[in-house]
Design a protein around this ligand. Structure first.
Ligand code: ADP
Ligand code: MG
Length: 233
């Protein structure tokens, strides 16, 4: 098990977003997280990635408890072990494509002369080699999302989290982006946890789970959902 949530609860004010949610993901697995809007998918992903701290419950990464680490150590772990693709890419529009992709490396104190060749190599793998010098504000949605994926993968993460990475794309471009992301992840042996609304996108995953009302169930709505804290596998 590389990533695991055990009985994770998290509220925003008086709104419970997660209610003792459990999910366990094996190394190298590609898991699609589906479910209605507002059911807690993004909150779950952010908790698993150490971006949010749960109110209660445990989050584990590779045998280590993530939710009890200090902020500094959790930030460091996120930078070295995780990649995160946000729904709208969240690229820095004033920077070039190559700058955006090199950014996580530069923040991790990789030297510029090492960071940029690595960024360029990823751009090439994603079919974006020609676009390195362009500002990200000038890109199409599909191009921007591929840049966001390159940026999430450039540091060689063990786990790639993606929150509706194809949500702003038409379905053909979305399938293409998902196909690329999953293909690269499989080549690298990266674990992928991807939130999506699109069943055709989810079809690229090894397994689907559904989030409903802040709990994780399997696609048949199996009993695990009704047993607080139980882990869906
Ligand atoms: P999903 O990603 O499945 O659409 P979310 O995890 O974003 O669901 O949200 C789950 C619930 O938590 C919703 O009721 C949502 O309104 C609430 N919520 C999520 N993030 C916040 C936030 N930052 N502030 C207040 N409420 C939030
Ligand atoms: Mg969401």
């Amino acid at each position: 098990m590389i990533v695991e949530a055990r009985g994770v609860s998290r509220s925003f004010g008086s709104t419970p977003a997660l209610r003792e949610a459990g999910l366990a993901v094996d190394a190298g697995e590609i898991v699609a997280v589906m479910g209605p809007s507002g059911s807690g998918k993004s909150t779950l992903l952010h908790c698993l990635a150490g971006i949010f701290t749960p109110d209660s419950g445990e989050v584990w990464f590779d045998g280590r408890r993530l939710d009890t680490l200090s902020d500094a150590r959790r930030t460091e772990l996120r930078r070295t072990a995780f990649g995160f693709v946000f729904q709208f890419g969240q690229l820095v529009p004033e920077l070039t494509v190559a700058d955006n992709v090199a950014l996580p490396l530069l923040l991790g104190r990789v030297r510029r002369r090492d960071a940029y060749p690595r960024a360029d190599a990823w751009l090439e793998r994603l079919g974006l080699a020609e676009l390195g010098k362009r500002r990200t504000g000038e890109l199409s949605g599909g191009q921007a999302q591929r840049v966001a994926i390159a940026r999430a993968l450039v540091g060689g993460p063990r786990v790639l989290f993606a929150d509706e990475p194809t949500g702003s794309l038409d379905s053909l471009t979305g399938e293409h982006v998902m196909d690329l992301m999953v293909g690269l992840a499989r080549e690298e042996g990266t674990t992928v946890i991807v939130v999506t609304h699109d069943a055709r996108v989810a079809a690229f995953a090894d397994r689907e789970v559904i989030v409903r009302d802040g709990r994780v169930t399997d696609p048949l709505g199996a009993a695990a959902a009704r047993v607080p804290g139980e882990v869906v596998r």
